[in-house]
Design a protein around this ligand. Structure first.
Ligand SMILES: *Cc1c(COP(=O)(O)O)cnc(C)c1O
Length: 349
């Protein structure tokens, strides 16, 4: 859910953008994004017009080449997407295939020490299963092996601690429609110094997703082509709201509290949580005796509450409850009351 002010911008006319006013907004967006992920002074931020996958593909195409050897964590739908992108763009890669909801361990990573890997791709919160991988382990492994680390934090940014400098992350990816709580349409790439070197040394065989071109235009707060102007204005509003409400740590704390409150309160209901290391953005809820789709539908039709169904093998059993954006403890109250209502009527079993 978006804030009232963000919604208001969405209802206004889209302004002309090839001017200083819009450039200042973009430069402020870059500054606040860098601050919120603890990026180094020389890092850069690119706003790509396209959903999160556009930033994933832009990154794979611009920072890696056929001379790389990339390790991809694949524990669900989004990990598979990185594998598919490496395949499509001829980036040599191996995947660490995990079970759905399984975390990465040092035993798993140990097998890949000293094997000549040059890049590492991970969706730090694999949103399909809700697992949040151990970033400390991954960061140590990449440092030790001198591996270039790309973190897709699309659903994790603003929900879980994320310190680019401390963890030695080279690229962080996020998107407008998760905890930034804006409409979909913009994805964000934060590039550290080593990433900028790679981009400048590589040739990108694509016009629209050429990071060199985006970086050049970005120096003056502009984009090569017409961006999703209104969403960028909404992102600006939202980043300033976070700043004014205590900054990134306050937002992470707020979302953590919402997630913990929800997870505590479903303990008395016929639900289970199967994933041990969940991110704060979303809870994967397993139904003991009910069909997940029936619960999702009943919440939508009878209570006006939207939770997310799951795809794939777990679709019948699992649905997902988000804790990001403009939600409060009162929203948790309403959801828990709705579950209790469904249970009383025998719909939730
Ligand atoms: C949402 C999400 C994406 C982006 O998906 P799009 O539909 O392209 O926005 C990528 N990775 C993760 C981990 C996500 O949660």
């Amino acid at each position: 859910m978006s804030s009232e002010e963000v919604l208001k911008i969405g209802g206004e006319q889209t302004p002309y953008f090839r001017n200083d006013e819009f450039s200042q907004v973009m430069l402020e967006n870059e500054k606040l994004m860098k601050e919120f992920v603890y990026a180094s002074e020389d890092s850069r931020v690119i706003f790509v017009t396209g959903s999160g996958t556009a930033a994933m593909e832009t990154t794979v195409m611009n920072v890696f080449t056929s001379k790389d050897k990339v390790l991809v964590v694949n524990g669900g739908g989004f990990g598979q997407r990185f594998v598919d992108l490496c395949e499509l763009h001829d980036i040599p890669h191996d995947e660490i295939k995990l079970d759905f909801g399984q975390d990465i361990t040092s035993e798993i990573l140990d097998e890949y020490n000293n094997q000549g890997y040059t890049g590492f791709l991970v969706n730090i919160c694999e949103t399909s299963s809700c697992v949040h991988y151990d970033l400390d382990l991954i960061s140590d492994f990449c440092r030790k092996n001198n591996i270039f680390l790309v973190v897709d934090a699309i659903s994790s940014f603003l929900a879980d601690p994320l310190n680019m400098t401390e963890k030695g992350i080279d690229v962080i990816i996020t998107g407008s429609q998760k905890a930034l709580a804006c409409p979909p349409g913009i994805s964000v790439i934060v590039l550290g110094e080593k990433a900028l070197e790679r981009v400048n040394a590589n040739e990108c065989k694509c016009m629209y997703f050429d990071l060199k071109d985006m970086l050049k235009n970005g120096e003056r707060g502009q984009t090569p082509f017409t961006p999703a102007v209104s969403i960028l204005l909404q992102i600006n509003q939202r980043l300033k709201e976070i700043e004014n409400q205590g900054g990134v740590e306050a937002e992470i704390k707020r979302i953590t509290a919402l997630a913990n409150d929800f997870r505590d309160r479903i303990k008395d209901l016929p639900f289970e949580i199967h994933c041990k290391n969940m991110g704060n953005a979303v809870t994967g809820v397993y139904c003991v005796n009910s069909q997940a789709s029936e619960i999702v539908d009943a919440l939508k039709k009878e209570y006006g509450i939207w939770v997310n169904p799951s795809g794939g093998e777990v679709g019948e059993k699992m649905f997902r409850v988000g804790h990001i954006g403009n939600l409060t403890i009162e929203d948790n109250d309403k959801l828990i009351e709705a579950f209790q209502g469904l249970e009383k009527r025998g719909i939730l079993k």
